[in-house]
Design a protein around this ligand. Sequence first.
Ligand code: GCU
Length: 128
Amino acid sequence: PTGTRYEAENAVISRGAVENNHAGHSGTGFVNGDNVAGSHVEWTVDGTAGPATLRIRYANGTTTGRPATVAVNGATVVAGQPFGGTGAWTTWATATVPITLDAGANTVRITANTANGNPNLDYIEVQQ
Ligand code: GCU
């Protein structure tokens, strides 16, 4: 089971655009965040109170990691999720992060730490 999938193209994007020019993405596209620190994507996900597994599908076609902050309901869960190079923009990888959710609506935000911005973000999945 993969939990519930939330596409990045349906999330709230701060400084970035939905694109579809790199094959292999789910849904209608992915988010290409601007190459700037602080650009972010924020999803609203449903939860029950307690632990959950967050999976983040991304591509980084460079050889430089794109560390990002993963926050749930405004609280940082991972300060430097590495998002290393995947070899090509068409090669998608999944990062797994343990999180804790509240009952009902929760926000999951991925914010670029460096001037290189976020990797391209395809979707998140939340499993409880
Ligand atoms: C390329 C690539 C984009 C990517 C960007 C980046 O332009 O085509 O999909 O987002 O590099 O470096 O972030």
